[in-house]
Design a protein around this ligand. Structure first.
Ligand code: ZN
Length: 230
């Protein structure tokens, strides 16, 4: 049942061919569809060492001394931190939703708003963060409330662009629940724009992705947007 979800999840970790230049979100799931990021745990020590070596190289080349006291442990800290903030590659979406689907006779919108997330922009490897707001109109199933933030987290804890993350969240909910409609709105503050250029303005980026009734029905969309302003 969750084939497309597995596709969405599949960014291969150790395939150099796929490491660079997926600026276009559409290319990702499709190109790597047969792969699943959840299986490649065997060479994690090698991956960690490679990250450490890369961080050392960066430190040495920005004019630092990688061996000075404050920096000596930095490559190790960064490698371990990536394990946490990029953990979404290893999350198994099937396990994530396991046993959390419930049959219901209810067809008004279910809205979960103000879901805090932290992600990493894939263009600069700097954080972007904010809130995600999600609505769906059940057909005959709902998902446990705690699972929705975990779906957001699974997609946030990767190298991302906000537009693709928004779509992936919507598509996963659509696939799991096959609801009458899904709406996802994401707000993001991007460190890569906040730290650079004109520093006075911190525009927040808004992205949205609508499926089914939310795409077709303007009134439903407006209702959802009104809810977000409260
Ligand atoms: Zn960026």
């Amino acid at each position: 049942m969750l084939n497309a979800v597995k596709e969405l999840n599949g960014y291969p970790k150790h395939d150099p061919e796929h490491r660079s230049g997926h600026a276009n979100g559409k290319a990702n799931g499709k190109a790597n569809g047969h792969r699943n990021g959840t299986t490649e745990h065997h060479d994690e020590p090698a991956a960690k060492q490679a990250i450490e070596a890369a961080v050392r190289t960066i430190l040495a080349n920005v004019g630092e001394d990688p061996d000075r006291q404050g920096l000596i442990g930095t490559p190790d800290r960064i490698a371990r931190m990536y394990d946490e903030i990029l953990a979404g590659y290893k999350t198994d979406p099937v396990k994530l939703v396991n046993n959390a689907l419930f049959d219901v006779d209810y067809d008004d919108p279910v809205i979960v708003k103000e879901i805090e997330y932290y992600s990493m922009c894939e263009h600069h490897m700097l954080p972007f963060f904010g809130r995600a707001h999600i609505a769906y109109i059940p057909s005959d199933k709902v998902i446990g409330l705690s699972k929705i933030p975990r779906i957001v987290e699974m997609f946030a804890r990767r190298l991302q662009v906000q537009e693709r993350m928004t779509r992936q969240i919507a598509e996963m909910i659509d696939e799991i629940l096959q609801p009458q409609g899904v709406a996802v709105v994401v707000e993001g503050s991007h460190m890569c724009s906040m730290m650079r250029g004109v520093k006075k303005e911190h525009p927040r980026m808004m992205t949205s992705y609508m499926i089914g009734k939310y795409k077709e029905d303007k009134e439903l969309r407006r209702e959802f947007m009104d809810q977000l302003r409260k």
